[in-house]
Each structure stands twice: as C-alpha cells, then as structure tokens.
Design a protein around this ligand. Structure first.
Ligand SMILES: [Mn+2]
Length: 418
C-alpha cells in the first residue's frame, strides 16, 4: 500500500483573521505556518510515501521570504525522512511557487508553464498541472492526454469546478470524471468535499481556518492507495477551528442566562475535540440564537455584549472565543390570537400564518411578490458567480424570518410581548 498526505490551500504568509485581541499575539501558532508544521510532523510519524500540495501553498509573491523559510525547513525535515514533496501552483502562487521550487531542491513542482507532467511516486503516478499565469480561462483538462496509464494515477490540480466563466482554470465535474485518473485531489475552494466515493474526486479544502466562515474540520488528507482502491481520510490537524453552533433560547428565563448556555454548548464541543489526536489551539464560536422567546431585545443586548467582549477563555486546553452571534430567534407570540386583530400586527400575523401553508392562495401571492423583490438581487453581478436560483421555500423562509422580526419589533414598541 502507498500512503500520501495531501494538502489543500495553505496560503503561507496569510495571517488568520477574526481573532480576538488576546489571541492576536499567538497568531503564529494559529495560522498556516503552524498548520504546515503539524502536516510535516504527521507525515514523518506516519512514514507516508509522499506529500502532495494542491496549490495556493503561498498567499502571494510578497511572501517569498516568509514562505521560503517556512517551506524549506518543513521540506528538509521531510527529505531527511525520505519523504518526497510534489506540488502544483495555484492562482495565488503562480510566480512564487516555481521560484521557491528553484531554491528548494527537494520541492518538486509538477506541470510548470501549464504543461501536464507525470511523476512516479512509489507504485503510483502523480499527474499535475500548474497555473502558468494567475488567470486561466480555459480548462486545463482540454490538454490532458486521455490515454489510460498502467499504474494507479492520482491527479493533482488547482482549479474552479463547474464555474464555466471562472478566470481560475474552470473545469467541469464531468470532465474530471472522464479523465483517466483514479482520484482527483483539488485545490482552490476552501470548503473540503467529503471525498468518500470509491473514486475520490474533490477539494481538499483549506488546511486550517483562514477566515471565520471556514467552519468545521480542516486539515490534510491521508490518501491510502492499494491495488484498485483509493481511500481518502481527512486528518483534522488545524490549529484554529471555527464551529457554527445553534443555541436554542426557548427555555431561557432571562437574557443573562445566555452566557451559561453558551458555555455548556462550548464544553460539549470541546469534549469532542479533546478526543482528537491533535486538537486545535483555538476554537472560534459562530453562534446562532434560535427558538422562540419573549426576551427579544434584552437577549440581543446580552448577545452584542458577549460578541464585543474580545477575550478568549480556556476550556479543556483550547482557547475559546465568541466570533459572532447571530440572532435568529422568533418572538413567542400567539399568531392565531394576533391574527384576529384589525391592526398592522394582525395583518402581519395573518400573512405569517399563510406562509406556513404552501397550498394556500395567499402563500403563492406572497412568495410571488417575494420573488419579484429577491430574484434581481440574486441575479445581480455581485452574486452571479454563486449561480443560485431561489426556490419558493427559500423565499418563504426569508419572508417568514423578516416578518417575525418586524412583528417582534412592533409588539415591543407597543409594550406587549405576548
Ligand atoms: Mn486558489
């Protein structure tokens, strides 16, 4: 069996964002450099047969010296253990990665100048292509030789999947499937794919959270290749992790209890992270307050205070902090009773009830009106790349959420929260 460690977008030189003030001085232990050191130790400990880097290894050309120092020391440790390193360049490190490969003997860049290149690694072939310039509007797969090779082939590519207009090497999922490759390990998109199919094809994801929106497990992937089978498993080695967490506020007696609720939820997440072989140094919580509550603005105030605090606390050896609190609770109101009133609250309550019944005429009328307002926003230039159309249910959800928020405010103004 051949084993590899495959690493997605590392972005050496980029500091992690959204850290609270007291963790900013520990930035070096929480960023890409620390993640890379963890990758190197893991590779050596597991005695893998090779390390693959899927592009955007370095944030930008200006980071040449920083990346040189960090990459070189890691690659030398790997070389000392007899572990080769193969990499392809992405849109961020188009220029800097080839220069680093020229300086660091043991770093082998695959597919220089946008020409596909094969390398032999143990019993398999690694096939790679590097960005020749930061923008590439054609699919690299157009120039890939479609002949079937004898050995197992691992494809290493930085590309934008199923985004035909992309300037970052657009490839279609279909073309990836058709290529004579047993597994495609991709860079560029920071959200990892599950890679759990018989023939893994997908993004490795960022190796540690670079932005707070990069929630969940991050890290390199252990790729195990035996005759006729490729198995990919993510190793959650990231030094910085963000988690989205829903806090149901329905049972809160008063807003001040929110802190205890958050702490309890945080403890259970930390408990699970403590079971990992290699746990994160820091955990950022992205909280969503849910449930129905009459606490309304009092809860919002406490939430704002907690979010603004800017300090971390220690839990199970991990520095925890609140990165963001989103209020998605809805007022504990009796919609049926309100709907009998002949005032704006009553009108809104009747519409909210209608939004619960997709069969009603009023539901269809409201959703149609919603589409007229929201569709142009979704189709606007800023969001066009998301290539997303709104379905009726999504529109209804938005209307419901907005309606409940407005109803809550109106009731509060009236001084009646029930
Ligand atoms: Mn990229």
């Amino acid at each position: 069996m051949t084993t590899l460690l495959a690493v997605g977008d590392m972005h050496l030189g980029r500091p992690p964002t959204a850290l609270p003030e007291d963790l900013r001085q520990r930035q070096a232990q929480l960023g890409p450099e620390a993640a890379w050191q963890r990758v190197v130790s893991e590779a050596i400990e597991r005695r893998v047969d090779g390390v693959l880097l899927a592009g955007d290894v370095v944030e930008r050309s200006r980071d040449f010296f920083v990346a040189y120092g960090q990459l070189k020391s890691g690659i030398e440790q790997l070389a000392g253990a007899g572990i080769p390193v193969l990499a392809v360049a992405g849109n961020h490190d188009t220029h800097v990665l080839p220069r680093l490969a020229d300086e660091i003997d043991q770093l082998h860049l695959l597919g220089r100048d946008g020409e596909w290149e094969e390398a032999r690694l143990d019993d398999l072939t690694v096939l790679g292509w590097s960005f020749p310039q930061p923008q590439v509007r054609r699919s690299p797969l157009d120039t890939l030789d479609g002949t079937r090779r004898d050995r197992t082939v691992i494809g290493l590519l930085h590309c934008d999947r199923d985004q035909a207009d992309s300037a970052h090497a657009p490839v279609s999922g279909e073309a990836l499937k058709k290529a004579p490759v047993d597994a495609w390990l991709l860079g560029h998109i920071h959200k990892p794919d599950p890679l759990d199919e018989d023939r893994p094809i997908g993004y490795l994801g960022s190796v540690t959270a670079l932005r707070a929106s990069e929630t969940g497990a991050r890290g390199p992937w252990l790729i195990q290749v035996s005759p006729g089978a490729v198995v990919a498993d993510q190793l959650p080695l990231a030094p910085l992790r963000y988690e989205r967490m829903e806090i149901d506020c329905s049972e809160l007696g008063q807003a001040e209890e929110l802190g205890e609720r958050i702490l309890a939820e945080c403890r259970s997440v930390v408990g699970r992270l403590n079971e990992l072989d290699c746990q994160p140094e820091a955990l950022g919580l992205r909280l969503v307050l849910t449930g129905s509550t009459a606490l309304g603005s009092a809860l919002q105030e406490v939430a704002d205070e907690l979010a603004a605090d800017g300090r971390s606390w220690e839990e199970g050896g991990i520095a925890c902090f609140i990165q963001k609190v989103e209020q998605a609770t809805h007022p504990a109101v009796d919609l049926r009773r309100l709907s009998r009133q002949s005032d704006p609250c009553g009108l809104l309550a009747r519409r909210l009830i209608a939004l619960e019944d997709p069969e009603s005429d009023e539901y269809r009328r409201l959703v149609e009106m919603g589409h007229r307002q929201l569709d142009p926003v979704v189709r606007s230039r800023e969001f066009r790349d998301l290539d997303r159309a709104l379905d009726d249910r999504t529109v209804a959800d938005w209307l419901r959420q907005a309606g409940l928020t407005a109803l809550n405010r109106m009731l509060e103004q009236r001084g009646a929260t029930k």
